[in-house]
Design a protein around this ligand. Structure first.
Ligand code: NAD
Length: 501
């Protein structure tokens, strides 16, 4: 098959539109269609044909296109960062950081897809020694990607890139807060893949996302809140459509008695406040060994004084992208203070109409909202623990389980292994996000399935097992003409092989 229709033919829309605003100024930075169910279905239909063409390019053909896409993103990085800043309000340097990580993933996925997904030989075992056994990972077809706004480049690329590298076409619905970033990424892809709509954009609100879930795609890769993830899974269950759910978190940091306290305090402050705390793997809770608790808290307080949210060039982070989140942040702080917590930095007044300033809370009961629910704002709770066993127990006492960080000189790996989260960074904050070969994903209410790394490639492929008979077996097992002698021989053989006490 040659190319299908030109990629430029984006879904037509019935006419309704919505505005994308700069959250720092409320200025309208773009107007986008609200795609209807029919339009979403039409996009998936086009994607199905494009998927066949894209799959036919093979690993090398796709790797070459992904390599070129990566080049376009890299050369036009400054422009991409401006679009991200305009829609999220985050500083350009932060937009650059997430984009750079996204580019790394495109590079990794394109380069490794053949090795991870290509045909592999498997041992066929003594009983089936006459068979050649292979497995290969074939594309699913069309993958629907539904993204959030907090890292509008890095997060959706974690699914899109791996789905494309595995040979699928993608229909992408970015968040209604960041449609312009989605459009930019798709248009950059169309530059290097003009032949067919392999990566299409659909825009709109939750209903458009819901329509994508039901449009007959072969998998939905969702990143967003746990509540929406549950709705998507329920809808996908109707058609047995598989899903990857990358949902929220309540990520802990553990600080051991022998930890580098400066590094731990720095990681806490950056992990909790950067991007105004709107990071799925952001630091929300800290458990500190009693021997170093006071010193650690003093360092966090000191470092927090230098951090400020604002729209000027000197501010370290921008506004809350979604205004409604400010109410959640305010509620969590209010509840924490009402229940005996203390704000050493910030407090309720730190939460304004657009920006929230850093808040450091101590003495907050473990069953309060600020400790149990995802705050998704620039706040952090710090608690003293007797020992690291208590730290692990408290860190694990949550429905969530996305990322975690451990600061410890001697016990880093052991503590990391005991944390019920998909990823753990030791002695540096969020380092796993920058390592393209590591899988990323959660446990419990943080979701399931994995993006990034070999696991991320396999998530968007189906295994195909093939057993090829190389020669007729001396003892035929799968026939009605099998003799008693054969059964006796098999019984003897299995005893020799597996019967040892
Ligand atoms: P959200 O759940 O409100 O929206 C995410 C996306 O889902 C949007 O595109 C939205 O339009 C769409 N949507 C809403 N209702 C839908 C429905 N019924 N069916 C289909 N699609 C629907 O989340 P958000 O506010 O955009 O993002 C913030 C959340 O995302 C936080 O909880 C954060 O922790 C999480 N997050 C997780 C990861 C991760 O990798 N685990 C990464 C980034 C963000």
């Amino acid at each position: 098959m040659t190319a299908t229709q030109p990629a430029a033919e984006a879904p037509e829309t019935a006419g309704e539109t919505f505005d994308s605003l700069n959250p720092a100024t409320d200025e309208v930075v773009g107007t986008y269609p609200v795609h209807t169910r029919e339009e979403v279905e039409a996009a998936v239909e086009r994607a199905r044909e494009a998927a066949r063409w894209w799959a036919s390019l093979g690993f090398d053909g796709r790797a070459e296109r992904l390599r070129r896409w990566k080049g376009v993103l890299t050369r036009r990085l400054a422009q991409l960062c401006t679009v991200v800043r305009d829609e999220t309000g985050k500083p350009v340097a932060d937009a650059q950081l997430e984009s750079v990580l996204g580019i790394e993933h495109i590079a990794w996925a394109g380069k490794h897809a053949r090795k991870v997904l290509g045909k592999q030989r498997r041992a066929s075992g003594l009983l089936m020694a006459n068979q050649a056994a292979t497995v290969e990972y074939q594309p699913l077809g069309v993958v629907g990607v539904i993204g959030p706004w907090n890292y509008p480049v890095f997060t959706p690329l974690g699914s899109i890139t791996y789905a494309l590298a595995a040979g699928n076409a993608v229909v992408f619905k970015p968040s209604e807060y960041t449609p312009g970033v989605g459009k930019w990424l798709v248009e950059a892809f169309e530059q290097v893949v003009p032949e067919a709509p392999v990566l299409q954009l659909i825009t709109g609100f939750g209903e458009t996302g819901a329509a994508l879930t039901k449009a007959g795609v072969d998998k939905i890769a969702f990143t967003g809140s746990t509540a929406t993830g549950k709705k998507i899974m329920a809808a996908a269950a109707e058609t047995l459509t598989p899903v990857v759910i990358e949902a929220g978190g309540k990520d802990p940091v553990l600080v051991d008695a022998d930890a580098d306290l400066d590094a731990a305090a720095d990681a806490t402050v950056w992990g909790a406040f950067s991007n105004s705390g709107q990071t799925c793997v952001g630091v929300e809770r800290v458990y500190v060994h009693e021997r170093v608790h006071d010193e650690f808290v003093a360092k966090v307080v000191e470092k927090s004084k230098d951090v400020r949210g604002g729209s000027d060039a000197a501010a370290q982070y921008g506004p809350m992208t979604m205004p409604s989140q400010l109410a959640v942040v305010r509620r969590h702080i209010t509840d924490a203070l009402a229940r005996g917590g203390k704000a050493l930095i910030g407090g309720v007044d730190a939460v304004g109409d657009r920006f929230a300033q850093p808040t450091v809370l101590v003495d907050v009961p473990e069953d309060s909202e600020a400790v149990r629910e995802e705050t998704f704002g620039p706040t952090v709770t710090i608690a003293k623990v007797r020992d690291m066993d208590e730290a692990v127990d408290k860190a694990n006492a949550t429905r969530y389980g996305l990322g975690s960080t451990v600061f410890s000189k001697r016990r880093g790996v052991e503590l990391a292994q005991r944390l019920r989260t998909g990823m753990t960074a030791i002695n540096a904050p969020l380092s796993f996000t920058g390592i393209a070969s590591l899988p990323f994903g959660g446990v419990g209410d943080s979701g399931f399935g994995r993006i990034h790394g070999p696991e991320g490639l396999r998530e968007f492929a189906r295994s195909k097992a093939i057993a090829r008979q190389r020669y007729t077996a001396p003892i035929a097992l799968t026939t009605f003409t099998r003799k008693e002698k054969t059964d006796a021989l098999v019984a003897k053989l299995i005893t020799v092989l597996h019967g040892k006490r």
